[in-house]
Write a protein that binds this ligand. Structure first.
Ligand code: URA
Length: 336
């Protein structure tokens, strides 16, 4: 058994250096004992680095976060995954792999621990149980870390053809969150949500409803543009249930960090992502709903692109949308 001694509980650099050398020399996971600090048995020098190999960037981001977790097995689990990735580089995208799922869960908890500065034990509560004050001032740093991690997202196949991940934007202290469907053609190119035609209509409606977009957080249920090519044009294509589910990982991170008082689902895809099941707009529109994640209340309205498409009563539909937003503003003023 080879003992690797790391300098501290979250010694990512030490783990990485050792893991590289061990993997390069073909040392199997069961032959390595990972220890932290000075106590323990004799350590052996690391083997000379073997043939260099590369791992997906997403793995390093995952590993960096997982080492913040308190699970004593974290270093060994990461090393096992590293070896498996050499055989199957696409493994991280297989959301069903139990090791990947376990490490992703640990990454989430490790991240929460880092920005709340609390022991991991306290992080098992729902969002509703954890007060905003407990969150401390590190929310922005946590959000930036998640956004960075999302850049390398391969949780579903959509990353392959999109230009980039389009993450949410807005103040992390915003009490109001808007969730759209997915970036469109222009958002995909700009890397920002709701900047194309639907975004412009959305901005107009927000203005008419007296809501300052700069004070809200705006994001999408799915973070990569899904489209079909027709000649030179890229035609929007609706994300399916699997893609929405795969991307819920990111919106859950955004919601855990922001903990908005009120969340507005713009259309059915957003509502499906937030409620974890299919809901119809007509049955849910215009009133408050509890969210399964315990994080504030949700309101549902139409997607702005519906207003671009609709042929009959265009103005009336727009007025209804603005009326929904006014109700949201009034509700927020009452409860925030
Ligand atoms: N439609 C969306 O749902 N989101 C965007 O960011 C743009 C268009």
């Amino acid at each position: 058994m080879r003992i690797v001694r790391l300098a501290g509980e979250d010694d990512f650099d030490g783990w990485r250096e050792a893991a590289r050398a061990l993997a390069g020399a073909g040392v199997p996971p069961e032959d390595v004992a990972w220890q932290v600090g000075l106590a323990g048995g004799e350590t052996a020098p690391l083997p000379a680095p073997g043939t260099p190999f590369s791992v997906p960037r997403a793995f390093l981001t995952l590993a960096e976060t997982v080492v913040r977790h308190s699970d004593p097995e974290r270093f060994a689990l990461l090393y096992t995954l590293l070896l498996r990735l050499r055989e199957r580089p696409g493994l991280l995208a297989e959301g069903s792999d139990p090791l990947v799922r376990r490490l992703e869960r640990m990454a989430k908890e490790g991240r929460q621990k880092a920005w709340r500065n609390e022991p991991a034990r306290a992080l098992t509560g729902t969002m509703a149980e954890t007060s905003r004050e407990a969150v401390g001032g590190n929310a922005r740093a946590a959000w930036e870390a998640v956004r960075e991690e999302a850049r390398g997202c391969t949780r579903c196949h959509l990353y392959k053809h999109a230009t980039q991940t389009v993450f949410g934007e807005g103040p992390v202290t915003a009490p109001l969150m808007f969730v759209g469907e997915q970036p469109g053609d222009q958002e995909d190119l700009a890397g920002r949500p709701f900047v194309g035609p639907a975004g412009q209509l959305f901005d107009r409606a927000l203005g008419d409803a007296g809501i300052d977009r700069g004070q809200a957080y705006v994001t999408n249920a799915v973070k990569h543009f899904k489209f079909e090519r027709r000649g030179k044009r890229r035609i929007h294509s609706k994300p399916d249930a699997g893609e929405i589910e795969a991307c819920r990982w990111w919106i859950e991170q955004e919601r855990t960090i922001l903990r908005p008082t009120l969340t507005v689902a713009l259309g059915a895809t957003a509502a499906r992502s937030l409620f974890g099941k299919a809901v119809t707009i007509t049955a849910t529109r215009g009133r408050a709903h509890a969210l399964p994640d315990g994080g504030g209340e949700a309101w549902v309205t139409v997607h702005p692109s519906f207003l671009l498409r609709v042929q009959d009563d265009k103005e009336a539909e727009y007025a209804k949308f603005v009326a929904d937003l006014v109700r949201v503003r009034q509700r927020l003023e009452a409860i925030a």
